[in-house]
Structure formats: structure tokens, C-alpha cells
Write a protein that binds this ligand. Structure first.
Ligand code: G3P
Ligand code: MG
Length: 247
């Protein structure tokens, strides 16, 4: 599966300008010139996939407790924007379906990160992928599907064997090539704080794409691109697109 990544991927939308992982944030990233967005998909108690990063509801909504312990009905009533600023009060937690609809509408490429709850990795992947597979237009480049969980990636691949799969690491382990083969990966993601030039060269040299998160300084982004990193996830997509272009 060939995969073409733009250099700049808007991480959770445009989270310095609008509340992360909301539709308004994804729209803002698009306005700022990003061609791709990244978002986090997680399951509610009753197994509905929604766009949310943390395990707990507190930081990015007016809810309390765990997302995984909250029903979809209760999550849909949360305010996921007011914490960021009064202008965003009432902005809801998006469903996966709403987010895919928006991306399709705006012509945005997507990296769908499967954010798993221990024990629900395959459940999340199977449910989210069935929806994405059903909705995503056949004539568009398929989404990049990623996770820190190899179990989620394997389950996602079972649903969409022809879509590009990506395993994300905080620190790239010595066994990355084994993961690549075992999971049929096309790409890896890595935390730029621990990434070395040697790792970039080895991964790229083995034919994988490589993205790095979360890079908010232009100088660091330039260095990573120079090493051979294909794409960066950034909280400042406007600034990065101005510097490196949208493609
Ligand atoms: O995939 C890049 C990045 O999104 C991974 O970390 O915690 O921001 O989801 P996180
Ligand atoms: Mg993420």
C-alpha cells in the first residue's frame, strides 16, 4: 500500500487556536492550510467511537470520570469547548462519523489514531474501522490508521487489509522491524524527543514512512525533515505550513 504523507499533519486539529479534537478545531486546521489532520478515537462505555484524547474527561470537557465509563448519551451532552475559551462553549465531543463526514467534505486526509483502553483494543479497532471503511470514499486515498497498541493495529488490519497501518512508539525499540513485519506496517510514528538520526535512517532505509510527534518548533521540524522524517504532527499547523508548505 503506497502512502503519501504531507509534511505537516495538524495534531488534534489546531489546538492552540481551538479546542483539540473538535470539529471547530479540524475546520481551523483546514483554514490554516493543513491538508491532513490527526485525531484520537476512543470508545464510550456503550462502545460508540468518539474523538477524545485523554482517559479522563476533566481536562478537555466539563465531565468527570473516565470516558470509558461514560455512556454515549452523557458524552454527547458534554461541553468540550468551554474549557478552552468562552467563544467555544458548547462545542460537542465529535463522533467518528461526524469527523469523517467533515474530513470528506473538506477534502482533508486523516490519520485516525486508535486510543485504546486496556482490554478493549480489538473492540475499538473493529468498531471504528467498520465505520471508517463504510464511509470513506473509494476514490480517495485511504486514512492512515495508527495506534500505540499492536493489538489494535492487528485488529484494524483485519478489517481493512488494504489500508496503511502505522505503529506509534514513544521510544523506538530495537525490535521495530519485527513489529513492521508482523503487523504488515507501512509506517511508524515516533516521539521526536527520543528519536535519533540513526533510527530515522534505518526505518526509512527499510522502506517505511516515518512521522514524528509533537513538533511545535520550526527549527526542530527542519532538522527532522533533514534526517528523513516524512511528516510531523504539530499543534501549530499554520506556522508549519507557512514554513514547509502544505504538501
Ligand atoms: O500520533 C501522534 C500523536 O498523536 C501520538 O500521541 O498522545 O498526542 O495522541 P498523542
Ligand atoms: Mg494522537
Amino acid at each position: 500500500m503506497a502512502l503519501t504523507l504531507p509534511r505537516v499533519i495538524a495534531h488534534r486539529g489546531a489546538p492552540k487556536e481551538a479546542p483539540e479534537n473538535t470539529l471547530v478545531s479540524f475546520r481551523r486546521a483546514h483554514q490554516l492550510g493543513a491538508r491532513w489532520i490527526e485525531f484520537d478515537v476512543a470508545l464510550t462505555l456503550d462502545a460508540r467511537p468518539v474523538i477524545f484524547h485523554d482517559d479522563g474527561l476533566e481536562r478537555t470537557s466539563d465531565g468527570q470520570g473516565l470516558l470509558a465509563a461514560a455512556t454515549f448519551e452523557s458524552v454527547k451532552h458534554l461541553d468540550a469547548g468551554g474549557w478552552f475559551g468562552r467563544a467555544f462553549a458548547g462545542e460537542p465531543v465529535p463522533t467518528l462519523e461526524e469527523t469523517l463526514d467533515l474530513a470528506i467534505d473538506l477534502g482533508l486526509g486523516i490519520n485516525m489514531e486508535l486510543k485504546t483502553d486496556p482490554g478493549r483494543e480489538a473492540e475499538l479497532a473493529t468498531i471504528a474501522m467498520a465505520i471508517a471503511r463504510d464511509m470513506w470514499p473509494a476514490d480517495r486515498d485511504p486514512p492512515l490508521v495508527s495506534s500505540f497498541s499492536p493489538v489494535a493495529v492487528a485488529a484494524a488490519r483485519d478489517v481493512a487489509p488494504d489500508w496503511p497501518m502505522d505503529l506509534i512508539y514513544n521510544q523506538v525499540p530495537a525490535t521495530w522491524a519485527d513489529d513492521g513485519r508482523a503487523l504488515g506496517l507501512v509506517a511508524f510514528g515516533a516521539n521526536h524527543k527520543h528519536l535519533t538520526r540513526e533510527q530515522v535512517m534505518a526505518i526509512r532505509g527499510a522502506g517505511y514512512k516515518l512521522s514524528s510527534y509533537t513538533v511545535n518548533e520550526v527549527g526542530r521540524a527542519a532538522e527532522l525533515f533533514q534526517w528523513g522524517v516524512d511528516a510531523i504532527f504539530t499543534d501549530v499547523p499554520g506556522e508549519m505550513v507557512r514554513k514547509f508548505g502544505a504538501n
